[in-house]
Design a protein around this ligand. Sequence first.
Ligand code: ATP
Length: 270
Amino acid sequence: MGKVLGQGNFAKVYHCRSLSTNESVATKVIKKEKLKEDRLVKQIKREVSVMRLVRHPHIVDLKEVMATKEKIFLVMEYVKGGELFAKVAKGKLKEDVARKYFQQLISAVDFCHSRGVTHRDLKPENLLLDENEDLKVSDFGLSALPEQHREDGMLLTPCGTPAYVAPEVLKKKGYDGSKADIWSCGVILYALICGYLPFQGENVMRIYKKAFKGEYEFPEWISPQAKILISNLLVADPKKRYSIVDIMNDPWFRIGFARPIAFSMNDSSI
Ligand code: ATP
């Protein structure tokens, strides 16, 4: 086991190398003693089940799960290039570059949704870049499987990160997880192109208020086509918000878009 790559609330992620194959992997190490609440045990089990279900070129691959008396090890593919967050923190991206990342994000999210999985915590910190600058979605700790949904297909548990969470999630009346993920994708796209977040405020309530009203502004430099797409993603009413199909038909999005090959292979094998 090598250096620590990152640290979450109750896990550390290490860079590791297999002694037999010399392959680099990233291993999330969870101390069982930290899983005091039943809720946390369920969360880890769900993370593992989801990652086994969603194998896709733009989703971090879970290779193996191991456990000792004290620890649980999630052995994942090693994604070398760090978080997309680090890139955005340096400033806005060119629209062509933002489009590539956004297309890869949407194909991963579409794949998850087609399997009844919603991520529920999409943000640049959970989007990793590999050595080819390709995006990989990670951290399915808050994701939901089909069994978490109510009979009407809605989810109830509010979760996510304030700046990225869809307004309807906070209403606690039930929400469509797919549409909530699409809102987060809209916030991500805005952040990639503009270099800052659409909804900001001194405290969480102010951020939520702006999101509820869909109150944000565009900078001058953004292209009219990108503006149209973002305006249809950051719509407070989830029924009026673009679906994945709408996104895939959007002129700005469609430029040079090709679904990854493994997507259709996986699709037909189910
Ligand atoms: P949180 O409590 O924020 O949800 P977590 O405990 O679920 O975090 P992750 O977000 O999955 O942990 O991982 C923490 C950090 O470790 C990531 O932000 C990333 O920087 C790094 N990391 C995670 N998985 C990998 C990977 N497969 N390859 C390289 N680095 C990774």
